[in-house]
Design a protein around this ligand. Structure first.
Ligand SMILES: Cc1ncc(COP(=O)(O)O)c(C=O)c1O
Length: 451
């Protein structure tokens, strides 16, 4: 296996002492290393990127054709055909009046622009004191300073704390460890009362937006909000004129078995941001989708949105996104994500019953996760030094499966989870292969952690 790390090479990558294998080829749901070893890509790139699998001809052709025709135009002076077509198609798929789409390059860029748009919308309608963004602890909205500030992952905030904007956070909807309802037979939605309470504490005249992920991916390991949660959020945001931003960077474009995850709750946010699934790993691409009436305010006041980045509305990224989205629709991958997701989750539940270190399994569609614990009865987490999620990830990789690890589900620092997010093209037999490898990897992990 060919591996590289920072030491003795020109590379600077975030895991400074980790030895990473080199992937030389990818096709369908598989990644291949230089020695021919094959891995199921259930890490989805970095959680959910790989939506339609690797090496899809239509997408590769669309990228090549667009690069030949026109690779780049400066966005404040010109438009390009794929940008128009993709925004039109997204507007037909997004719920309610979410009809105005702007193409950006990544999730952090999209969430930052979403909160800026919320602020500007209030300015345009004369509510000039509204600027605060309420978010949730253990939520994740990106790694740029703004996004880390309104994000709620303790471990990712610590080093940069003095540089972060002070914004209010409320507890997440995390049933497995919820302080309000984890011992009740049913969720009582008390966590939503805290949104209303916090708006009142901060003063509704100061609160611009509330941002949340429908299913928390890279901070809670696929924890979906309970039924009724976002309906209540919508009511509260309406009552206090707070812009509701749904961060669907992971969930958007079919991953959870609905085109957008908010559809599970039947609500329409004011702004929806999505990213990973639409680029599919073929191009860096994200999208900010805003309600028509919000953008109309800016237009009425002839007030530009101060939000451009060099690669906003990039023609080649747009061509890739258009081809990816057409592929999702043509092969009805949203339905496949729902059906295969049910099979995967049921297999994970079975593993949970048989395996002492699997405390919880959760998710929606093909955004699934499992939480590792030292003691099932008390839900006690492994200490950070055990590196439980990293150990499972290693054992899975050695057996031909890539999963996506993380920590922080218990208190923001400890609490190990892995995300299992295979491409939406996965078949039944491949789900079963994935589960068999995970089963063996969990047994090996349990043995290693007990020593
Ligand atoms: C919900 C959510 N929002 C935002 C981001 C940030 O996206 P990016 O890494 O493309 O900046 C992520 C990345 O994992 C995410 O999961």
């Amino acid at each position: 296996m060919e591996t590289r790390n920072n030491v003795g090479s020109s590379l600077f990558f975030p895991s400074v002492n980790e030895q990473l294998p080199v992937i030389v080829r990818a096709e369908g749901i598989y990644l291949y290393e230089a020695d021919g070893r094959k891995l199921i890509d259930a890490a989805g790139g970095v959680g959910c990127v790989t939506s339609i699998g690797h090496g899809v001809e239509e997408v590769i052709r669309a990228i090549t054709r667009q690069a030949e025709k026109v690779a780049f135009v400066p966005l404040i002076q010109f438009l390009s055909e794929p940008v128009i077509e993709l925004c039109d198609l997204i507007a037909t798929l997004a719920p309610g009046s979410l009809n105005k789409a702007m193409l950006l390059t990544g999730g952090s860029e999209a969430t930052e622009n979403a909160v800026k748009l919320a602020r500007q919308y209030h300015l345009e309608r004369g509510a000039t004191s509204k600027f605060k963004v309420i978010s949730r602890w253990q939520g994740f909205h990106g790694m740029t300073l703004g996004a880390v500030g309104f994000g709620g992952h303790t471990g990712r905030r610590r080093k940069y704390q003095p540089m972060l904007h002070d914004s209010p956070h409320i507890p997440p909807a995390h049933r497995y460890r919820c302080r309000f309802c984890c011992h009740e037979s049913q969720c009582n939605l008390t966590c939503t009362d805290l949104l209303e309470q916090t708006i009142k504490w901060e003063g509704p005249e100061n609160v611009a937006a509330f941002i949340a992920e429908p299913v928390v991916g890279a901070a809670l390991g696929a924890a979906a909000a309970p039924p009724g949660y976002f309906q209540r959020v919508r009511e509260i945001c309406d009552a206090y004129e707070v812009v509701f931003i749904a961060d669907e960077v992971m969930t958007g474009f079919g991953r959870t078995g609905e085109m957008f995850a908010v559809n599970h709750w039947g609500v329409v946010p004011d702004i929806l941001v999505a990213a990973k699934g639409i680029g599919g790993g073929y191009a860096p691409l994200s999208v900010l989708i805003a309600k028509e009436e919000m953008v109309a305010r800016l237009a009425q006041n002839n007030s530009n949105f101060t939000a451009v980045h060099t690669h906003t509305q990039h023609p080649v990224s747009a061509a890739a996104g258009l081809a990816v989205l057409r592929y999702i629709l043509k092969h009805d991958l949203v339905t496949n994500a729902r059906v295969m997701g049910e099979r995967l989750l049921s297999g994970l539940c079975d593993l949970q019953r048989r395996c002492d270190i699997v405390g919880d399994v959760r998710g929606k569609g093909l955004l699934t996760g499992l939480e590792l614990v030292r003691d099932k009865a008390s839900s006690e987490s492994f200490p950070l030094e055990s590196k439980a999620a990293a150990t499972l990830t290693h054992e899975a990789r050695m057996r031909g499966l890539a999963v996506y690890p993380g920590t922080g589900t218990a208190d923001g620092l400890v609490g190990d989870y892995v995300l299992i997010t295979p491409p939406m093209t996965i078949r039944r037999d491949q789900v079963d292969d994935l589960l068999a490898i995970l089963d063996a990897a969990l047994s090996a992990t349990q043995t290693r952690l007990s020593h």
